[in-house]
Design a protein around this ligand. Structure first.
Ligand code: WTA
Length: 646
């Protein structure tokens, strides 16, 4: 496998950037030549941000799995596609070669077909990090079904919401999943979700933990039994469905500042080119290297940099089932040592957490195979950047700080490892085809250097989202209506004297907790579901490990006065409604919330109090009742439960 479009010098980067700016259609057309298409495109790009309408490679047909699997067989058939490291280091790891992976994907495509899955059907995947998860994802893509992977940390209620929104009639899950010392009963979570989703026709259950499960006749089937059926009756050469380049490939739900999570939709052709192009360029992947992305496939990072990017590039991708701190905080370093990992891609929150465990866990670990380090998901503070660079990269590995989003499909702003300059805590420069701009509140572009503003994009790149599932208007309103003719990212950003970008965090009501996106409105809705809660307001506050923690102000009217119990009940409610990832870190009981005369909660003030500021709270004169602020600030430390008498 060679990558003629891989940029190998700073000069070449500048040339590629300029030539893509001059003629994006010619540029992306020539990159796309290096993929397998069934039919070529009539037009590379057709777009407007007004509707929005974005089409890449119109008229082309293809299947992403032929690009990820079939086309590699001749050259890489016996090379490892997936190395799988189980949660328990005592359990045997698995290696799937490209040939074996293709075989299993074809087999499971037969299973999907036998179970009635057709092109365009939505399939919800709720599994732990086992190779069968990658197989399920790829088999959906092969039969042309739209996968919607849901992270294992979401509750039944969240799954039900997603099933209903996508009208998904099929589910692929496991009996359970291992995560560190815990077993998570995935199938039973699904069973609870299905009480509200009678339209689900089939649940395919893969065995992992063999925890007891209830298999419902006519609806639930075992993965292994279904495989047995196709061993004798299936088509061993399951041909890939011919997909239009602009057909949907997958839905991935993500949080915004309002309402329930929305289903971000990516399309087959553009997403494939972008996942591959960014993988090859940002990480500077060289054939034969082992790429270890520590994300979960339930998030976009796993989709793009465990599955589609690496496999479309014929790379070896390492998939890890466990967590960084179990059995101990040396887990990542053991894996790097054992498999001679070349590229390690992880989140700042993991780096900060491992940093806090100290250097003991690095003793005796051979990390000399590492060539490139990467981070994603949240701003990385300089201290963590330097620790990573020095102690893991031994000052010889470039660190790529990759900024991107579920909606962007792949990296938009990042240094290219060892090729373009790096700067701690800066994502630095945009990839070719990416045209960032900073705007002020009124949508006026802020030009020049040493400035900051809201980060927008002026032009589409191949991996841009196409719609939000079932509600195109929501997509327009969320991303394309704040500023005319611009895609708005929701992030604040500064541009330094060299034109390097540094992302400073969300400017909307979206939290980033341990690199996971959670909407404040979503958490508030969940808290408000608790019978004793009158009203709540949620903000983020700086957290040493998680980046941001969740701080909830709650007006409580519960029947008992024990604040510890009240807190536990609220946390339990959030766990039920969203999942454990959205649990508030701090709950402060209050008698009122600072509101403007029009009833809007003044989060700016609540954020300041959550950050520990109790006196200098800015202008409170526009508040309906300024007294409430003093009270909240005064009780911040104690957080006493105040009962409201009716
Ligand atoms: C944040 C994850 C600073 C940002 C791929 C963005 C970052 C949100 C970085 C998207 C980075 C991601 N530096 N902030 N390198 N990468 N973010 O959709 O706020 O889960 O808007 O996608 O994470 O999160 P999402």
């Amino acid at each position: 496998m060679s990558y003629p479009y891989q940029i190998t010098s700073y000069e070449q980067y500048n040339q590629a950037y300029a030539s893509c700016e001059k003629d994006p259609q010619a540029f992306w057309g020539s990159v796309a030549e290096h993929f397998r298409w069934k039919k070529k495109w009539n037009k590379v790009l057709d777009w407007n941000f007004r509707e929005p309408k974005i089409e890449w490679f119109s008229g082309a047909t293809m299947n992403i799995t032929e690009n990820c699997l079939d086309r590699h067989i001749e050259e890489l058939g016996n090379k490892p596609a997936i190395i799988w490291e189980p949660n328990d280091p005592e359990e045997h790891h698995r290696i799937l070669t490209y040939k074996e992976l293709l075989f299993k994907v074809k087999q499971f495509s037969n299973v999907l077909k036998n179970n009635g899955v057709k092109k365009g059907d939505r399939v919800c995947i709720y599994m732990g990090m086992i190779p069968e998860l990658a197989i399920a994802v790829l088999a959906c893509a092969r039969v042309g079904a739209i996968h919607s992977v849901v992270f294992g940390g979401f509750s039944s209620q969240s799954i039900a919401d997603r099933l209903q929104d996508a009208k998904a009639e099929f589910i692929i899950t496991c009996d359970g999943a291992y995560r560190g010392a815990k077993d998570i009963p995935l199938k039973s979570v699904i069973d609870d979700a299905l009480i509200a989703c009678p339209f689900v026709k089939r649940v395919i259950v893969c065995t992992r933990t063999r925890t007891p499960v209830s298999m419902i006749k006519g609806r639930d089937v075992w993965w292994e039994d279904e495989i047995k059926k196709v061993e004798t009756h299936g088509n061993p050469d399951f041909p890939a469905e011919e997909m239009d380049a602009n057909d949907m490939l997958f839905i991935l739900y993500t949080s915004g500042s309002t309402g329930k999570p929305k289903g971000v939709v990516h399309a087959c052709g553009g997403y494939m080119v972008w996942a591959n192009y960014t993988f090859v360029n940002v990480f500077q992947y060289k054939p034969g290297q082992v790429h270890f992305c520590t994300a979960d496939i339930g998030w976009i990072t796993g989709h793009s940099y465990i599955i589609y990017g690496p496999l479309s590039a014929g790379a070896t991708t390492l998939m890890f089932e466990g967590i960084p701190t179990w059995p101990d905080a040396g887990r990542f370093w053991n894996i790097v040592d054992r498999y001679k990992v070349d590229i390690l891609y992880t989140a700042p929150t993991a780096i900060r957490s491992l940093m806090a465990y100290g250097m003991d866990y690095l003793v005796g670990k051979d990390l000399s195979s590492l060539k490139v380090l990467g981070t994603v998901g949240e701003p990385i503070n300089e201290e963590a950047w330097h620790w990573y660079h020095k102690n893991i990269g031994k000052e010889k590995c470039p660190v790529v700080d990759t900024w991107w989003q579920t909606e962007t499909g792949g990296v938009l702003i990042s240094n290219l490892a060892g090729v373009t300059p790096e700067k701690p805590s800066f994502a630095t420069l945009p990839l070719p085809g990416v045209h960032p701009c900073l705007v002020d509140e009124n949508g006026k572009e802020i030009t020049g250097n040493n400035v900051s503003g809201n980060l927008c994009m002026k032009f589409p790149w191949p991996g841009i989202l196409r719609t939000t599932y079932g509600d195109h208007e929501r997509c327009r309103l969320n991303y394309f209506s704040t500023y005319e003719n611009l895609y708005f990212t929701g992030d604040g950003c500064l541009r330094d004297e060299n034109g390097f970008y540094r992302i400073t965090g969300r400017v909307d009501d979206v939290l980033n907790v341990s690199g996971h996106r959670i909407g404040t409105a979503e958490v508030e809705n969940a808290i408000n579901m608790h019978a004793g809660v009158v009203e709540s307001a949620v903000v983020g506050y700086p957290h040493d490990i998680k980046g941001q923690g969740i701080y909830a102000y709650v007006i409580y009217n519960g029947h008992h006065g024990d604040e510890t119990l009240a807190r536990q009940d609220i946390i339990q409610t959030v766990t039920r409604i969203i999942g454990p990832i959205a649990k508030p870190d701090k709950i402060q009981f209050v008698t009122g919330l600072p509101k403007t005369r029009s009833g809007k909660i003044m989060r700016r003030i609540l954020r300041k109090i959550a950050e520990g500021e109790t006196t200098n709270l800015g202008d409170t004169t526009t508040l309906l009742d300024p007294g409430v602020v003093e009270q909240i600030a005064g009780l911040r430390i104690k957080g006493t439960l105040i009962r409201i008498k009716d």
